[in-house]
Each structure stands twice: as structure tokens, then as C-alpha cells.
Design a binder for this molecule. Structure first.
Ligand SMILES: Cc1ncc(COP(=O)(O)O)c(C=O)c1O
Length: 460
């Protein structure tokens, strides 16, 4: 049995969480090895001067995270393998260690999905109803459930202004199709989501970049770009921006709203990553619901395979978007919204979200050891990080060399509007490797590359 050294100094965080976090950290660092027996509840409580109840709660939390297991009559042990974090691994792509796509980490959702399916199957009348055409607005009860779940995560919506879509990508498509015409201009951050750039290209819209800093879009640059380009709308991702991970402070959000109100410029707020951080500022929609078209989705927090996204709209736009959705696909499958409603209502969605957050925290803890000497921006709950290449590396050389070593990362070139130059950065999606071995192997290769830049070529 080991008596652990744990310091309880994180103000505002409950003691049981601090103890569970410390156990998680020591397991990740291998200070607590698989199979190690943890102290009894009483022994650890005495050592830390906390109540036995606090330790019991901490061990239960560590067990919920899959780090330890309680054996009846024998005590609590560190799990034998890393099975709890990597419970399900999709088939790897041979020869490629993928750090490319911003996919959620592979986790086992099968039990919770299966339960929800059984719950659906138990109500034949409802199943028959779900097989009928419905209003393009979707079933009101499903919108209410979504609105309640969003409120739990500090997103204020009105069920009568919510619209289901086939993922956030589809939500943005509906928005651009409804509000823009070919030849129009839209504004985005200087570095932005490639899915939006591709959509704009297909719709023959021009994208103009707005300067940004560590918090995202700069209000004064937004104003200047507005006067220069007379855009239809401005697209932004104020929380965990893709690709930079920039998150706007509440003050910056108010400044952006003030500028947009003054210019009567509508904001397309993409909050796809907004629910991932345990704590974050208010989404812009909470502060200015009549000035914002809010886009969200369940792809990052629950499951991308569900293909469920949503829009919260200013009242004046709602009928136009309902019409656009009807033209596009008539409605989103009621079977799908019913299934999602069960998961949102019975706690499964929150359980999956917690598992995803824990997974990401564990992955970033591992990554810190490899990427400690480089300029790397990340958030412990985000899927991606933004890495500045050391001066000795050119972007093209780094991409070629990492590819040669089998490590796939995303070039900054993908994130800039057409005609603008790309800074020397790459996006690394730490959520993408399917298992711990690939994660560590890929990180090792990246760290080695960053530490060993190429020799410079002579040109005579
Ligand atoms: C910033 C951003 N917006 C929207 C999307 C699309 O999300 P969905 O899978 O719900 O269509 C993504 C997907 O990666 C994204 O990164």
C-alpha cells in the first residue's frame, strides 16, 4: 500500500476533486503504477486531514473516470491497464499517425447508445409517430429538451427560436444560403475554420480576414474591414477558436457586440467547441440574442456520427431559415432528434462530455512532457493545439518531414482565406490518435523533429 503525497491547494475546487485530480496526475506520470493498492479511506483521510467521506467521494470520482477500481473486501487499486481511457479504438490507418482532424477522442459510447435505443424501442406508438413527416421546425418537445440541456451549459436559448440541422456545417450552410448572394463578402478571423472557407467558395462568396490577437477578432480591425468591404455578416468562433484555440474574454465579447450593433452587422457565432471547456465566458448569444445567429452541435461533445447541429436565431430571421431548411431537406429526421433528446435528458450526454473532457486532460498531460520547450497554445479540454514552428523550420519543410515520418498534422495554409499568406504554424489535433501508443509515438516524432531542424541549404 502506498501513502500518496497530495497537496490540496486549489482554491475553489472541492477537496474530493483535488484528490481525484492528484490521483489521475500520478497515474498519468506513472508515479502510481497499475496494480498499486491505494491507502484505505481512513489512512488517506488522516494523512490529508480531511474527512473519510471526502476520500470516499474522491475514490468514487477516480473510479468513475476509470483510473482506479474498488475490489470488494480488498481495497482500491490503480487499474491494471490504460483500458479506462482507451476503451475503444477505431481501426488505425496503416502507416499514418493522425494528428490531423479535430475529431472527438475515441471513447466507448456503445452502452449508453444501446440503452437509448432500447428506450425508443419500448414505445411503439411514439415510433410510429416518428416515422411521419413533421414540421421543418422539428418536434417542439425535442427543442425544449435541447434548450434545457444548453442552459445547463450556460447557453441561453429560446425553444421557439431553435432549429435542428444536420450538424453545425449544415447550420452554417443554411445561414450563408439564406443571408448571402453570390458575389457578397463575409468577414472572418484572419485564421479560420476551413469548412467555412470551402462553403463560401462553393457559394461564390468572397472571404476577407480581420486581424486577431490571442483573444480572437480585434474590434477596431472589424470596424475598418466593415468600411472597406461592406460585408453581409461576420463569422467568428469566440471560444476555443479553430485553429488558434483563442478564447475571447467577456470584455472583448462586449466590444465586438458594440461594434456590430453600431454597424448593424450580424454575427454568425460558431460555438461548436464552446461546451468543451469546464469553464468559459458567456457565449455571445447570451449577451446579444437579437444580433447573433448562433450555431452549435453535438459532434464534439456527444458524437459526430449523430449529425445533429442547431441554430438559435433572432426572431426576424426564423421564418426564412425554416424555409431554407424545408427547401434543403424538409426536416431533420425526427428519429434522430428523439434519440438525441433521450441522451440529453437521461444524463448520458453529460456523462459522455465528462469522459471526453477527462480524456483530453489526460492526453494533454502526456503531451506536455513532449512539447514543453516549444511555443504551443492549447486548452486542456480542447481537441487541438496551435504550434509555432521554430525559426529554423520552414512550413513546407516541416510538413514534408513530418509526413515522411508518418505524422499527419494540419498546415496553417488551410486556415487562411484565398490570397492571404499563412504564418509558420501547424494545428495538432491531440484527440485524433486512436490509442495511447500512437499518441506517444507521434508526439515523440514531433518533439524530435522540432528539436532537430534541417541544416540550411547553400545556394551559390
Ligand atoms: C469550428 C468548426 N465549426 C463547425 C464544424 C462542423 O461541425 P459538425 O460536425 O457539427 O458539422 C467544425 C468541425 O470540425 C469546426 O471545427
Amino acid at each position: 500500500m502506498t501513502i500518496m503525497t497530495i497537496t490540496l491547494d486549489k482554491q475553489g475546487l472541492p477537496l474530493y476533486r483535488q484528490i481525484a485530480d492528484a490521483i489521475a496526475e500520478q497515474v498519468a506520470a506513472n508515479t502510481l503504477q497499475p496494480g498499486t493498492k491505494l491507502p484505505t479511506h481512513r489512512a488517506l483521510a488522516d494523512a490529508l486531514s480531511v474527512t473519510v467521506g471526502t476520500v470516499t467521494r474522491a475514490y468514487a470520482e477516480a473510479e468513475r473516470r476509470g483510473i482506479v477500481e474498488a475490489k470488494v473486501g480488498a481495497g482500491t487499486y490503480v487499474c491494471q491497464t490504460d483500458k479506462p481511457l482507451w476503451t475503444f479504438a477505431p481501426p488505425p490507418t496503416p502507416g499514418i499517425m493522425s494528428f490531423g482532424y479535430n475529431v472527438p477522442p475515441a471513447i466507448n459510447r456503445a452502452d449508453l447508445i444501446s440503452e437509448a435505443l432500447q428506450q425508443l424501442a419500448a414505445h411503439p406508438n411514439e415510433l410510429n409517430n416518428l416515422m411521419l413527416y413533421q414540421s421543418p421546425m422539428g418536434i417542439a418537445h425535442h427543442r425544449e429538451i435541447l434548450s434545457k440541456w444548453l442552459a445547463q451549459h450556460n447557453v441561453k436559448t429560446d425553444p421557439n427560436r431553435l432549429l435542428f440541422c444536420s450538424g453545425a456545417q449544415n447550420a452554417m450552410q443554411l445561414c450563408l444560403v439564406t443571408l448571402c448572394r453570390a458575389g457578397d463578402t463575409i468577414l472572418t478571423d484572419k485564421l479560420t475554420y476551413p469548412g467555412l472557407l470551402s462553403l463560401a467558395k462553393q457559394l461564390r462568396l468572397t472571404v476577407k480576414p480581420v486581424e486577431m490577437d490571442d483573444e480572437g477578432m480585434l474590434p477596431e480591425s472589424l470596424k475598418a474591414a466593415y468600411h472597406q468591404y461592406q460585408p453581409r455578416l461576420v463569422y467568428m468562433t469566440p471560444t476555443l477558436q479553430n485553429p488558434t484555440t483563442a478564447t475571447m474574454s467577456e470584455e472583448r465579447r462586449h466590444d465586438v457586440i458594440r461594434v456590430c450593433r453600431e454597424l448593424q452587422l450580424v454575427i454568425l457565432e460558431d460555438d461548436i467547441n464552446g461546451i468543451l471547456p469546464k469553464e468559459r465566458p458567456n457565449p455571445i448569444v447570451n449577451l446579444a440574442p437579437d444580433d447573433v445567429i448562433y450555431v452549435g452541435g453535438l459532434a464534439k461533445t456527444l458524437a459526430p456520427g449523430l449529425r445533429l447541429g442547431f441554430l438559435q436565431l433572432p426572431e426576424r430571421y426564423y421564418p426564412h431559415f425554416v424555409n431554407a431548411l424545408q427547401n434543403h431537406s424538409w426536416m431533420i429526421s425526427p428519429l434522430l432528434t428523439a434519440m438525441a433528446s433521450i441522451l440529453l435528458e437521461n444524463g448520458a450526454a453529460n456523462q459522455i462530455l465528462e469522459t471526453i473532457r477527462d480524456q483530453m486532460e489526460a492526453r494533454w498531460r502526456i503531451a506536455q512532457a513532449y512539447l514543453k520547450d516549444v511555443d504551443f497554445r492549447y486548452h486542456p479540454n480542447s481537441f487541438h493545439g496551435w504550434l509555432r514552428l521554430p525559426d529554423e523550420w520552414s512550413l513546407s519543410e516541416f510538413l514534408a518531414e513530418s509526413k515522411a515520418r508518418g505524422v499527419e498534422v494540419k498546415s496553417s495554409e488551410l486556415f487562411v482565406p484565398a490570397g492571404y499568406s499563412a504564418p509558420p504554424y501547424v494545428r495538432i489535433a491531440l484527440s485524433a490518435p486512436p490509442d495511447r501508443e500512437t499518441l506517444e509515438k507521434g508526439l515523440h516524432e514531433l518533439a524530435d523533429l522540432l528539436a532537430n531542424p534541417p541544416l540550411s541549404d547553400f545556394a551559390l
